[in-house]
Design a protein around this ligand. Sequence first.
Ligand SMILES: Cc1ncc(C[n+]2csc(CCOP(=O)(O)OP(=O)(O)O)c2C)c(N)n1
Ligand SMILES: [Mg+2]
Length: 340
Amino acid sequence: MSAMEAKARVTPARHKTLGLSDQDVLDMYYYIALARALDDRMWVLQRAGKAMFVISGPGHEGCQIGAMWPMDKKHDWFVPFYRSIAACLVKGMTPRDILLGLFARAEDPSSGGRQMPGHYGHPGVKILSTSSPVGTQFPHAAGIAYASKIRKTGEVTMTAIGEGGTSQGDVHEAMNWAGIYKLPIIFVVENNMYAISVPLHKQVAGGNVAARAAGYGFPGVATDGSDVLECYRVSKEAYDRAKRGDGPTLLEFRVPRLGSHSSDDQQERYRSKDEIDADRRRDPLQTFRIYLEGVGLMDEGKLKEIAGRVKREIDEATDYADRSPLPEPESGVRHLFHDE
Ligand SMILES: Cc1ncc(C[n+]2csc(CCOP(=O)(O)OP(=O)(O)O)c2C)c(N)n1
Ligand SMILES: [Mg+2]
């Protein structure tokens, strides 16, 4: 939605009718701002030669925060993809954890500096490590959800992917399996209309990701990914459904793509200026701020306070990760061979 539509959607305390407190929505905004500032910092560090590669999620933050909000951060599982920064922050990773990965430091919780940046994982907060081949996270997540069901743990699993990744066979096998066994799982597709430079119509037959869920016997819902509260609403429904034992949901969030695919890409080469500008008008950082201002929860002072807090945290995390030691070279083969 655009800024104008965002203004039109400000109804008195829309968040309260969804069961969210004033503090909840302020915290949600804080996480969007934190993820965006972290994203910006990573690009600066890459351009300054401090990091080899960045793949991040500007524009995707609003839907990720809405999706992760209903989850039990300690009990439930998340199987992310490389754009899941905001979701990983809400789940319990810190800016330090993310920047330790960017700098490939020994203390990086995702892989001890062995993986590419953006391959998030954290055993302490039940985030399963991301594999590089897109689509593999779906069967991994379905496997976790199947184990939870057998063990009757009550855990819900959420996984996320881009719309291009849904072309992979793994995705369909996982959804089929999840549908058959009514697994407690939420499949999130963050549709930014491109898979690197390949547009949706050359990647997704039929052009509608959410519609695919019908083939596997569970609901698929398409939502404007720049409307944070609507993303929360559909995610809460999916979460409650999984908890009740009624099975999976496929959530397609149609998100703006504010940046290039990665630091090795330049989207201006294959997208028109008008198209990129139209996406910029749907920035969730802006649309959610408009909502908060509209219901009287945000003003200049509050914005400054949040920006200051975010900057302090990211400066501290950057210094910490920068000073942190690299892995020992001898540790490079750890976990590849059996340790005696
Ligand atoms: C199986 C596989 N094929 C190709 C790649 C290279 N690759 C990495 S990301 C990507 C694009 C994925 O696009 P999409 O799923 O729409 O996610 P987005 O990056 O747009 O968020 C591709 C082709 C890969 N990692 N794995
Ligand atoms: Mg995409």
